[in-house]
Ligand binder design. Structure first.
Ligand code: RNT
Ligand code: ZN
Length: 428
């Protein structure tokens, strides 16, 4: 429930006026922002460990650094932490699980044998809290992934194991969709690649394509479950060659009618997703965005309100990719980062709120005016207006949104997270 704050409300009225002079309806922008769900990645809460055998050592080229206190050690702790994060974020959202977060009640269930029942605790929790669930098979941190290959493995037995894992996970995803009434996006990312120069680049890709076809062979209702595939430029230990590269998966996703997962951290440093979206989306049934932040070789820093995030958000709005005008969404938003050097709950809050701020800036853009200037060849006016927009009072609109949605205004969320750290996290 919303509290009142004369200061925030007064600033909002002023800001609404400023935007309305530019032909932008700020009220409408907020109404639309409230309808954009973000899928929070479970793995920020426990450093991508999962709950198999007390949490496996991370590999597959993924690395988490830091040892901040309070890592979630079991599903109940992770859920409690996620709830605290969600209390600090305006709107209704989703939670994104990895297969390694199954709850098997102490029994050893290998990944090819996972069933929806192993996620009953997650489903019940999500239903109670009105959250959607998304899913990911876990093709890393497992003895059968130890040599860096899974679905593209040369050994048919190893490949077969991972194919079964992928199939099992799609059924889990469909069960999420059926239980919660909102389709689960099930995203396949495999680490497969070589540290050094390969002698045969084609064979692993041919095996990967064939294995993926087997993973996806079972027809599942898209109202319950949507498949996505995620390319990567390189990883730690796969610097020279990644079987599932961009070109591989762009072709695969277009030819097999799968969603393409575009991760902001999986690009060459001068390449940006904001420019790729309008190029790829027309040929795809949809896109899953992994909202992340690359820093040098790391692809998974906590999301901040960067120029690129803002530009990407503008593209999402200009393309109506989020389905805000009534059509089904063509782009799904998921966070993908992991930082163990700061409070993990705060990391979720910072990343999600930053994404929401970027979306708000995009929704407040006088797109018609800018596009008219562009059509008229008035590039002076286009640049001038774009620069003026940067200093308009969007912060006042954001604060009012938080107030009205019953989320903390400004840095007040940090007080809550610090209290939670003192009372809960530091006791672990
Ligand atoms: C790895 C991919 C992938 C993972 C998660 C844990 O580079 O980005 O999405 O981060 O599946
Ligand atoms: Zn990713």
């Amino acid at each position: 429930m919303a509290e009142s704050s004369p200061r925030v409300e007064q600033a909002w009225r002023h800001a609404r006026e400023v935007y309305s002079e530019l032909g932008v309806d700020a009220e409408d922008a907020l109404e639309r922002l409230a309808r954009v769900p973000v899928s929070l990645n479970c793995w920020q809460g426990d450093d991508v460990r999962g709950f198999e055998d007390g949490g496996a050592a991370l590999d597959g080229g993924l690395a988490v650094s830091g040892n901040y206190l309070g890592r979630a050690r079991d599903p109940d702790e992770l859920r409690r932490d996620a709830e605290q994060a969600l209390r600090c974020i305006p709107g209704r959202h989703r939670f994104n699980l990895h297969a390694s977060y199954a709850e098997t009640g102490g029994a050893r269930v290998d990944r090819d044998a996972l069933q929806p029942g192993h996620f009953a605790g997650w489903i019940g929790w999500a239903r109670e809290r009105g959250l959607g669930l998304d899913f990911n098979p876990t093709f890393f941190a497992h003895p059968k992934a130890a040599d860096g290959f899974t679905l593209a493995h040369a050994d048919p037995a190893v490949r077969g194991f991972w194919i079964e894992h992928g199939r099992a996970c799609r059924r889990v995803g469909a069960a999420f969709g059926a239980a919660l009434g909102t389709p689960c996006v099930t995203n396949v990312w495999v680490p497969d690649g070589y540290k050094d120069t390969p002698a045969d680049r084609a064979a692993p890709r041919a095996r990967l394509a064939e294995a993926l076809d087997q993973v996806f062979a079972e027809e599942l209702d898209p109202a319950l479950q949507l498949d996505a595939v995620e390319p990567k430029l390189f990883g730690i230990g796969s610097e020279s060659y990644v079987a599932g590269s961009h070109e591989f998966y762009l072709g695969y996703a277009i030819s097999r009618r799968k969603l393409l997962c575009l991760d902001m951290g999986h690009q060459h440093p001068t390449e940006v997703l904001s420019d790729k979206l309008s190029a790829a989306l027309p040929y795809l049934p949809g896109v899953l965005l992994h909202v992340s932040r690359g820093v040098r070789w790391d692809s998974d820093h906590v999301v901040t309100l960067s120029d690129e995030l803002e530009e990407l958000a503008k593209e999402l709005v200009r393309l109506d990719a989020l389905g805000l005008e009534g059509a089904p969404p063509r782009v799904h938003l998921g966070l993908d980062f992991f930082d163990a050097s700061i409070n993990r709950v705060a990391a979720w809050v910072i990343g999600t709120r930053s994404l929401q701020k970027a979306l708000l800036l995009a929704l407040l853009e006088p797109a018609d005016t800018l596009q008219a200037l562009e059509r008229d060849g008035d590039f002076t006016g286009r640049l001038a207006l774009l620069e003026e927009l940067k200093s308009l009072p969007a912060g006042a609109v954001w604060d009012y949104h938080c107030l009205r949605q019953g989320a903390p205004v400004g840095l007040a969320w940090l007080d809550e997270v610090r209290r939670y750290e003192r009372d809960v996290l530091s006791q672990r």
